[in-house]
Design a protein around this ligand. Structure first.
Ligand SMILES: *Cc1c(COP(=O)(O)O)cnc(C)c1O
Length: 387
């Protein structure tokens, strides 16, 4: 290689020195604060076409290590301006994901600790904080103490876990062991939701092998709420032909119109029919923290499981979705599996890997802990105001 082609001196092998990291982190603080200070500096949606971002970047990975400043320069040049700005005051699409300063700080610290809280032993503080903040959220939305929560990435996954628990509760078919294929003894297992339920429920049916055909879309009333009479009819019709109803998904805050299904009435049907009731309150659940809105979700406390996304209306940077359930044992039964290399000796400790298919998990509780502590709790400020 001729001297002219020689690359600029590479940083030493291994991670960056603490002093270089510290300097870059200070620059990150400035970049982040500048961005948040001027939320409307960019248009909400960048005026670009698909492929324009790739054109600004080399197609092959760099051969030589680059400086942290070079990376941050390119972040400012390529990433920030070519982003859809969910933080923008004019962003009115979907249900906003609402970050906040305390949440951002916690994300940086969670990446710094870089733990994997699959077991209590591998993440004691993360495990216990996760249980604590889910319980704080439970209290803030006035659910009874038997609800226990854990954090997932999205409501889609939380609802999938809830439907898996509904399937697990049909114990006589032991689907966990025998699966569902090639079983003449196994009737089609049906789940009910309104025709305005979120598409994540359909996806859960696909993923769990229950099948879209076995998701009954119940008609709605004039206010787009599930028609409970139609729900009862559909359950009876399915039973009459030998199908096996296992669960109902009610929506508290639909994506299409913000309607809230009649939770208390649906809960009564679910109890009578021995069906798992899951409530999808992905964005509206956070509103229940305000006493004046909690009553709009009357009957929420009757559910078997509820999903609330703090990353939607609760100032927590994406991703953070809480699944609360009054039957954590059935959820655990559906998923727990402890190979030899994950056996630990603590008794009575929660191992978060038991509550879903994923083993590794991010430390998401830290940001929710920061957020809940950094803002006032309207329910605690005026207890009982809405009830
Ligand atoms: C946003 C939303 C979902 C999906 O949320 P993800 O966390 O992106 O999976 C599901 N249901 C409702 C009612 C929603 O508002």
């Amino acid at each position: 290689m001729s001297p002219a082609q020689e690359p600029s001196p590479s940083p030493p092998p291994g991670d960056r020195s603490p002093s270089e990291f510290r300097a870059a982190m200070h620059r990150v603080a400035d970049i982040a604060a500048d961005y948040l200070e001027c939320g409307s500096r960019y248009p909400v949606v960048p005026h670009i076409e698909p492929g324009d971002v790739r054109k600004l970047l080399p197609s092959a990975p760099p051969a030589n290590a680059e400086s942290l400043d070079a990376l941050l320069d390119d972040y400012l040049r390529v990433v920030e301006p070519n982003t859809t700005h969910w933080n923008h005051p004019g962003f009115l699409a979907y249900f906003a994901i609402s970050g906040s300063a305390p949440g951002i700080l916690a994300e940086a610290l969670a990446a710094t600790l870089n733990i994997n809280a699959m077991l209590w032993r591998t993440g004691p503080a993360a495990t216990e904080l996760e249980e604590l903040v889910c319980d704080w959220l439970r209290q803030m939305i006035e659910l009874p103490p038997e609800f226990r929560g854990h954090i997932n990435d999205t409501a889609s996954i939380a609802s999938l876990l809830a439907i898996a628990a509904a399937r697990q509760r049909v114990r006589e078919y032991d689907i966990r062991r025998h699966g569902m294929a090639g079983r003449p003894d196994l009737p089609p297992l049906t789940v009910y939701c309104s025709e305005h339920a979120h598409s994540s429920i359909d996806k859960a049916m696909i993923t769990l092998g229950l099948g879209l055909e076995n998701l009954r879309k119940i008609p709605v009333d004039a206010a787009f709420r599930m028609d409970v009479g139609e729900l009862e009819k559909a359950i009876a019709a399915d039973r009459a032909v030998g199908r096996r109803p296992i669960g109902v998904v009610a929506t508290a805050g639909t994506t299409s119109s913000t309607s809230v299904d009649p939770l208390r009435k649906i809960a009564a049907v679910a109890r009578r029919e021995a069906l798992w009731l899951h409530v999808d309150a992905a964005y509206a659940g956070s509103a229940a923290i305000c006493p004046e809105y909690r009553r709009l979700l009357d009957g929420l406390e009757e559910a078997d499981s509820i999903v609330v996304n703090p990353h939607k209306w609760l100032f927590t940077p994406v991703d953070c979705s809480v699944l609360l359930t009054r039957d954590p044992n059935t959820l655990k039964e559906a998923f727990t599996l402890v190979p030899e290399y994950l056996r630990t000796s603590e008794s009575g400790a929660t191992n978060l890997m038991d509550y879903g298919p994923q083993l590794g998990r991010r430390f998401r509780a830290l940001k929710l802990w920061f957020v809940i502590r950094a803002f006032e709790n309207p329910g605690a400020l005026c207890p009982g105001a809405g009830i």
